[in-house]
Each structure stands twice: as structure tokens, then as C-alpha cells.
Design a protein around this ligand. Structure first.
Ligand code: ADP
Ligand code: ZN
Ligand code: ZN
Length: 735
């Protein structure tokens, strides 16, 4: 037998693959890329993915071990998928083993067979009972006269025991089968709306893009009917026998959007999100991979799902921060979707009322197709925005008088008011009036937030919680007072002013998981006067038909953020929250309370909308050569011991400077700017000191060459075992 080795990717953080020998009975033809094998690695047994076979290896033959087992007869991943994995590993400078983990559901990574996604179903055998059935048996048998196939779980849900089901099987009335469940196709169907001219224009142009790669920005003001355009575009793609991938920010927070997709199409739709158990994930993945599901709706990680007939990708709310993963493989699902679409030669639609400046720039430069919806769909009018100056103004329960008056008016009209404050908890600070002590997290450079429901001091950065002290821990005084506003305090205040109407609080403490939001929706959308108090959760594309007034509190911190993206992000947030007002017939009003009523950015946002402000921020970024006019990368170190975190980056920086001198002997020609090492804005978080080096360039290839060498150098450093470090390419969080 000719000599060959199998190249295997293993789930280890090493940036390489490993060679294994075949077993005696194996031939090279048995191993196709994308199949799983089980191997021994050190003293562990691991599952790996075959990348290919080779007749050569760098490993001495006596060091090579044979594989233990081959798990698949057909590859789980296509060569296309594997090429995308390799692209990701290279672009994000990450281990290919960990990249591959994103492409396979956990059960498959643990060696399960695909058939574990199968569902146990019972089928009736056209028999008739030849003896009298018990009451329960009879009821069960009756079910099968309505439909010949019933999933086992469905029967147990209806109160039948496994023993009762088995008893009918023994009577040759039922037979057990296994099959992949068909993803849900709901019964009620909704018809397409007739589009307004702007929507129709956008749809026509987008339809023309099907069949080849094109990135398209659909920039439509809130309530302009972007979703309706997606739906009709998807319809076209489905008629061409294509699969469609829809990425949404957080399914738990946007059940309404998902539902609109589900009730529109007559095809199986799979959902992939964090609320599923592992078996459900495997099912969704397999339905997509085998082409049963024609539409796949999912959050960030759904972008890795194999889709053999992919014809269109839609990214809703493309500006949303959740599309970027902030640990492990720090990928952007939006950016990767573009790479994937390019490879598959299909269009990507990026939809938003507040596009990220990266996307906006590409659209303005003509790199992306730029479609706009400037008007609200149906009869809805754009809301009126009003700045309320609160400098030197008396506040009642945190509100200026004219704002409270407006709230009273809308509530008297039996409408709903949405109060946005981006701080959960009761108050952001607990302090001693006698000695000035402040409640701080002992693990972070941060203050503890005071919560009342349930009572505690809570660190929002590391999740540390402790009881509220009765006396000052420093001077034992009794004058501990809370300062500032959080959602809980606002809700409490409002209860005293608006005693007779429901006041709902919507933040991470009241809404966790999909169910909670569903229930809230029901309560809110029965209509009638009411107030919603909430955090940025409220900015996620919700449709509350009765909200006519939006009050924005405490945006001022966003205007002076030390993050260069701070202004962009707070403008997106304000604009999205404002967009919740007046989405149906009744016109909407938005009051923004601020101490900086003359701040140019706020005024620009009011006068020219997000787009106008966006253009302005772009000019500033251009002048400063910041993203999107420069590409950025970060190297971060984290360590319990401060000096090690610093020394590690000093060593890294030494390498970087040497590399630059070597490649660009004349310093001024170096195409890469390097800043740091310096501490992160929050220097200590969860007990670790954090430092970073920032890289900027206009030439990606040079930056990637540098980072590749740097990572290789750092991998070889053995004297910093206590230091955690990572590279973040195109970082969003740069603090
Ligand atoms: P967006 O996604 O841009 O925020 P939506 O798609 O949610 O906007 O649309 C806002 C509202 O307008 C929804 O209630 C939707 O049903 C309605 N709508 C959208 N398009 C039309 C149309 N062509 N005619 C009537 N109503 C529409
Ligand atoms: Zn004190
Ligand atoms: Zn903390």
C-alpha cells in the first residue's frame, strides 16, 4: 500500500493541523476532506476533521500514530466550507481547530452521528384493533385517525406514556420510525403587502442582483418597511429554488420579526439561536445542510451553517454590536457573510436605519449598492424630535416639567410612553455622605450598581454581587445615599406620579430568554395607556403600535465617550429608540433630555437625521485616519499580575519595532501606525489587569503579515504562561 498520512484538524488552540497514519484496512480514497476521525492526542482521545491526505510529512515516521476510527462515510463539511474555515483562521489569526468548532454543532464535535438529529415518530399500520382497547389506548388510537404520523415527544406531551404507545405497537397497530423532523411551517399565512414606490424600486433592483455577488445597503428610516422588502426578495429567491440565510441581532429580543418571516412562507424555516438545546441545534443544522430548510433565520453563529443552495443573505440591523463575537474567535458575522456571499456568488442585503459607518462609507464610495427608503410605510409619519435643555432646570423624578406635561398628555390620549435610560438597576452609585466612600467592585476599576429588585450591589462588568451595607464600611456612618438614575428608580418614581396605569420595566433583569419578551409584548400590545421604562433592549426594532411618545434620558455620557465609536453608537441608539414612536396612524413625538442642548452632534442628529450626522462623523474619522479610513487591529494582554501584562506587551512591541525596521528601513515609509502598550480604559476587570497595543494601517496585507509574524513569535514565548493574550482584527470594542 502506498504511504500516506491524513491531515487532521483537532479542537486545540494550536495554529496548525496534525498528521496521522491510516489503519491497515484504510486506503487514501477512504478519506475525504470534511469527514470526522477519532485520534489519540497526548493522553486524550479527540475528534478531528480531515483536511486531506498527503504522501509526505515532516513528522518522523516512528512518531506517527494511526487514527483510531473514521466516523463518516460522507463528508460533513464541503471543500467550500473548509476553504472558508481556512480563510477565517488566516484572517483572524486564530487556530483552525477552534475555527472549525464554529462550523459544527456540539453533538457532532462530540462524535454523535447525524441520525441523532432524528426524531422518533410513530406511524399507524392501517390495522384495526382485534380486541377491545382500554380507554387511554382508544384515545391514542383515535389520534392516528387524524394523522398517520406522530412524533413520540408530541404524544407524551399529550399525556400518553411510553408503555401505552408500546402496547399499541405490540398489537401491530403502530410502527416506530426515525426521521429528521421537518422544520416548522406555521398554518396561518400572511399575504404580501403592496409596496410603496420606494419599496418597489428597492425590491426591483435587489431582485436583479440575485445570481451573483453584490453587497447592498438598504438604508431605510425606522418603520420604512425594510422587512417587507426582505420578505418579497426572499420570495423571489425561493422561487428560484434557493436557500436564504437571514441573520438577526438577538432572536430572544426580536420574536416579532422572526414571526413575520415564519407566517409568510410556505417552506420549512429553521431557526438557530442560543435558546436551543444541543439536539435542536443539530436538527436545525442538518435541516439546513441537507436542504430541507429553505430559510434559515439565526443569530451571529448561524453564518457558519452549510447551505448547499444558498442564494441570498440578509443581515437585519447590520449595525448591531451582537454580530461581532467578543471572545475566542473574534469574528464579525457581517464581514464574514460578505466573504461567504462572494464565494457563493450571491447578494448580501445589509439593512439598517442607522448603518455602521464602515457600511455607510462603502455605500457612499459605490462599493456597495445603496438603496434608500426615506419614508415610513403605510400611513405612519416620521416622529418629531425635541431637545429639552435640563441645565439648571429643576427636575421632578428625573424629568423636566415640559417632558412630564407631554407624558400626561399622551397618557390622557390613551397612548403609551416609552422612557429610555441606558442603565439598569436602581442607581449607578452608592456613596457615604459623611466620608465620601463609594461602593466599588473589588475585582474591577468600576463602581457597583445599586439594585433593589432584588436588593444587592452588582458589578455590571464582572457580575460580582454583594449585600447592600447598612452603614458605611469606612466611617460606620449611617448616611449612605444612592446617586443617579437607573431603570428601577425611574419605574418607582413614575409609579408615584402615574398611579393607575401599568408601568413595565424592560431590561436584562426583567427580560431573560425568549418567553419573557413574548409575554411582555402581549401585555404591552393589548394597548391602552401605559409606560415602558427600559434600556437599549428597547432599541431593537420592536413594533409597539400604541407608543406615541419616546423620552430619552441620560444620553450625555455617550456624547463624551472616550471610545472613538462612542458618538456613532449613541447616535444609533437614540435614533433607533426614537424610531419606536408613532409607528402607526398616530404621530410620534420624541423628547431628548440633555445638559448639552447646544452640542453640535445632537443638533445635527435632530436636523439631518442619522445619515447627516454619520457623514459628519465620517469626515472627522477621515481627518484622523481612523476606521473606516484605516484598518485596525489590537493585541491585548490580561494578567492578575500587572507587571506581567505590561512586560508581555513590551516584549511584543520590541518584536513589532524590529519587524518594522527590517521591512521598512526608512521609518517614515512604514505603512503601519503602532500605539501603546497602554492600559485599557478599565485597567482592571474581573481581577485582571488589561493592556493593549493598537495597530492602524491603510494596507491590510502589510498589517496581516506583521500580525502573522507577531503571533508566531508570541506563540513561542514560554516565560509568560500566566498572561492571557489575543489578537482582535477589526475590533469594535477598543477600550
Ligand atoms: P422597518 O423594518 O423598516 O422598521 P417594517 O418592515 O417593520 O419597517 O414596517 C413598519 C410597519 O409598516 C409594519 O407594521 C409593516 O407591516 C408596515 N408596512 C410595511 N410596508 C408596508 C406597505 N407597503 N404598506 C402598508 N404597510 C406597510
Ligand atoms: Zn463613610
Ligand atoms: Zn467587577
Amino acid at each position: 500500500m502506498p504511504f500516506f498520512v491524513i491531515n487532521v484538524v483537532l479542537p486545540v488552540p494550536l495554529r496548525r493541523f496534525f498528521d496521522y497514519l491510516p489503519r491497515e484496512q484504510d486506503t487514501a480514497a477512504d478519506f475525504q476532506a470534511g469527514m470526522r476521525v477519532r485520534v489519540s492526542f497526548g493522553n486524550q482521545k479527540l475528534y478531528g476533521i480531515v483536511l486531506g491526505t498527503s504522501t509526505q510529512t515532516d513528522v518522523p515516521t516512528n512518531k506517527l500514530k494511526p487514527i483510531l476510527e473514521r466516523l463518516d462515510d460522507i463528508p460533513l463539511l464541503s471543500s467550500n466550507d473548509l476553504e472558508l474555515c481556512q480563510w477565517l483562521a488566516k484572517y483572524y489569526h486564530h487556530s483552525i481547530g477552534e475555527v472549525l468548532e464554529h462550523f459544527l454543532p456540539v453533538l457532532l464535535r462530540q462524535g454523535a452521528s447525524l441520525s441523532e438529529a432524528d426524531e422518533r415518530v410513530w406511524q399507524s399500520l392501517h390495522g384495526t384493533p382485534d380486541k377491545k382497547l382500554g380507554a387511554k389506548q382508544e384515545a391514542l388510537w383515535q389520534l392516528f385517525s387524524h394523522s398517520p404520523l406522530w412524533p413520540h415527544t408530541e404524544l407524551t406531551k399529550q399525556g400518553f406514556s411510553s408503555a401505552q404507545i408500546q402496547s399499541l405497537a405490540k398489537l401491530n397497530l403502530l410502527e416506530e420510525q426515525f426521521r429528521l423532523p421537518v422544520p416548522s411551517t406555521p398554518l396561518e399565512r400572511q399575504k404580501a403587502l403592496s409596496l410603496n414606490p420606494e419599496q418597489q424600486h428597492a425590491l426591483t433592483i435587489l431582485q436583479q442582483q440575485l445570481g451573483s455577488f453584490k453587497a447592498c445597503l438598504l438604508e431605510g428610516v425606522t418603520g420604512s418597511g425594510k422587512t417587507e422588502v426582505y420578505l418579497q426578495l426572499i420570495e423571489t429567491a425561493l422561487l428560484q429554488n434557493k436557500q436564504v440565510l437571514v441573520l438577526v441581532p438577538e432572536i430572544g429580543l426580536t420574536p416579532q420579526t422572526v414571526k413575520r418571516f415564519q407566517v409568510r412562507f410556505d417552506v420549512p424555516i429553521a431557526l438557530l439561536h442560543s435558546g436551543l438545546n444541543e439536539k435542536e441545534r443539530l436538527q436545525g443544522w442538518r435541516q439546513a445542510k441537507e436542504g430541507h430548510a429553505r430559510v434559515l433565520i439565526g443569530t451571529r453563529s448561524a453564518v457558519f451553517t452549510p447551505l448547499p443552495d444558498l442564494g441570498l443573505i440578509i443581515i437585519d440591523e447590520e449595525h448591531d454590536g451582537s454580530f461581532k463575537q467578543q471572545d475566542g474567535l473574534r469574528y464579525s458575522a457581517r464581514d464574514f457573510a460578505l466573504v461567504r456571499a462572494n464565494k457563493a456568488q450571491v447578494p448580501v442585503v445589509l439593512g439598517s436605519a442607522t448603518p455602521s459607518l464602515e457600511t455607510l462609507r462603502n455605500a457612499l464610495d459605490g462599493k456597495y449598492l445603496h438603496l434608500k427608503l426615506n419614508q415610513r410605510a403605510g400611513n405612519a409619519k416620521p416622529p418629531t424630535l425635541i431637545l429639552q435643555d435640563i441645565l439648571n432646570q429643576p427636575l421632578i423624578a428625573g424629568f423636566a416639567e415640559p417632558v412630564l406635561a407631554a407624558m400626561h398628555t399622551h397618557i390622557q390620549n390613551n397612548k403609551q410612553v416609552l422612557v429610555f435610560i441606558n442603565r439598569r438597576g436602581f442607581a449607578p452609585l452608592l456613596a457615604c455622605q459623611d466620608c465620601g466612600w463609594q461602593a466599588e467592585c473589588s475585582h474591577c476599576d468600576a463602581r457597583l450598581t445599586l439594585h433593589q429588585y432584588p436588593p444587592r450591589l452588582h458589578c455590571h462588568h464582572c457580575d460580582w454581587q454583594q449585600p447592600i451595607p447598612n452603614t458605611c464600611p469606612q466611617c460606620h456612618g449611617h448616611q449612605l445615599v444612592d446617586q443617579g438614575l437607573g431603570t428601577e428608580k425611574i419605574q418607582e418614581y413614575l409609579t408615584t406620579i402615574f398611579a393607575d396605569i401599568p408601568i413595565h420595566r424592560i431590561d436584562r433583569d426583567t427580560v431573560s430568554g425568549k418567553k419573557a419578551f413574548d409575554q411582555l409584548y402581549e401585555k404591552i400590545n393589548v394597548g391602552g395607556a401605559g409606560i415602558l421604562v427600559g434600556t437599549q433592549m428597547l432599541a431593537k426594532g420592536h413594533h409597539f403600535p400604541d407608543v406615541t411618545l419616546v423620552v430619552v434620558l441620560g444620553t450625555d455620557t455617550g456624547l463624551f465617550s472616550s471610545d472613538f465609536r462612542g458618538l456613532e453608537h449613541s447616535a444609533q441608539l437614540i435614533y433607533q429608540v426614537a424610531g419606536r414612536a408613532g409607528r402607526e396612524e398616530s404621530p410620534g413625538e420624541v423628547w431628548i433630555q440633555t445638559m448639552y442642548a447646544h452640542h453640535p452632534a445632537l443638533n445635527l442628529l435632530l436636523e439631518e437625521g442619522y445619515h447627516g450626522l454619520g457623514l459628519n462623523i465620517l469626515q472627522e474619522r477621515h481627518a484622523q485616519q481612523m476606521p473606516p479610513f484605516a484598518h485596525m487591529a489590537l493585541l491585548r494582554s490580561e494578567c492578575v499580575e500587572q507587571h506581567l501584562a505590561v512586560q508581555f506587551l513590551q516584549q511584543a512591541n520590541g518584536f513589532v519595532q524590529q519587524w518594522l525596521r527590517h521591512h521598512f528601513p526608512q521609518a517614515h515609509t512604514a505603512p503601519i501606525r503602532v500605539l501603546g502598550p497602554f492600559p485599557s480604559i478599565m485597567e482592571r476587570k474581573a481581577g485582571r489587569y488589561r493592556y493593549q497595543i493598537q495597530f492602524f494601517t491603510e494596507q491590510r496585507p502589510a498589517l496581516h503579515a506583521l500580525i502573522a509574524s507577531l503571533v508566531n513569535f508570541l506563540d513561542g514565548q514560554n516565560n509568560f504562561r500566566k498572561v492571557r493574550w489575543h489578537v482582535d482584527i477589526d475590533p469594535i470594542d477598543t477600550l
